[in-house]
Design a protein around this ligand. Sequence first.
Ligand SMILES: Nc1ncnc2c1ncn2[C@@H]1O[C@H](COP(=O)(O)OP(=O)(O)OP(=O)(O)O)[C@@H](O)[C@H]1O
Ligand SMILES: O=P(O)(O)OC[C@H]1O[C@H](OP(=O)(O)OP(=O)(O)O)[C@H](O)[C@@H]1O
Length: 218
Amino acid sequence: MNAESLDGRLLFAIPKKGRLYEKCLSILAGADIQFRRHQRLDVCLSLNHPIALVFLPASDIPSFVGKGNVDLGITGHDVILEAQMQNHVTEVLRLGFGKCSLQVQAPESGSIKTVDDLAGKRVVTSFEVLAGEYFTQVDLRNNLTGDKKTQIEYVGGSVEAACALGLADGIVDLVASPESGDTMRAAGLHAIATVLETEAVLIRSTTPKHPTSRHSSR
Ligand SMILES: Nc1ncnc2c1ncn2[C@@H]1O[C@H](COP(=O)(O)OP(=O)(O)OP(=O)(O)O)[C@@H](O)[C@H]1O
Ligand SMILES: O=P(O)(O)OC[C@H]1O[C@H](OP(=O)(O)OP(=O)(O)O)[C@H](O)[C@@H]1O
């Protein structure tokens, strides 16, 4: 595949794996967007529409869309805020799946019952921007400055293991809503605050990079 084969096509980013993947495939099927995904190839041309599907990590989609490298995408509202791309993408439609809450959690058996109990301690998360913003406010109201401030540490996954392993006093992680919380409970954690509610959204670039050029040959 080369750049010319994308000429005249709408580029549509889809999460390549994970929690949103299967639902996205259902949406494509429901819209009769037909494609054949070859093994190891992350760009596929639709067989019946002037569309190219680009399979990307959910966390990269806000930046690809926000910078105008692709035209449309599906990802989580949480991921857009974490990537700090909210001023560069427009959320066109809420999709009603991928619903979950980003929550502050602590060991159920311990003494931490509120976020103020966690202030100045160690928090592990994959959402270091959102957790950082949240605990900046917590630190301010607890008058914590300098090296007294809450320490936010990034991990790429399996966040809920951090407390049991002695890496953290609390975590910030996603909990499915309204249903599950199974991962949190299995790790002996309980939620003490909600940072935000999120779901999957359809996004487009607020300022498309090439508003006409790629589609000019149509
Ligand atoms: N348990 C869940 N229930 C519903 N939606 C979820 C859940 N966990 C995550 N999501 C949504 O799906 C998005 C992608 O999360 P997922 O865990 O699938 O990441 P991933 O694509 O596997 O990437 P990574 O490799 O970084 O974990 C999240 O940002 C969130 O919007
Ligand atoms: O409320 P629950 O139904 O238990 O879902 C919550 C879990 O789902 C997500 O992780 P995921 O399973 O996608 O894997 P990850 O931890 O590797 O990101 C999230 O990070 C939690 O761990």
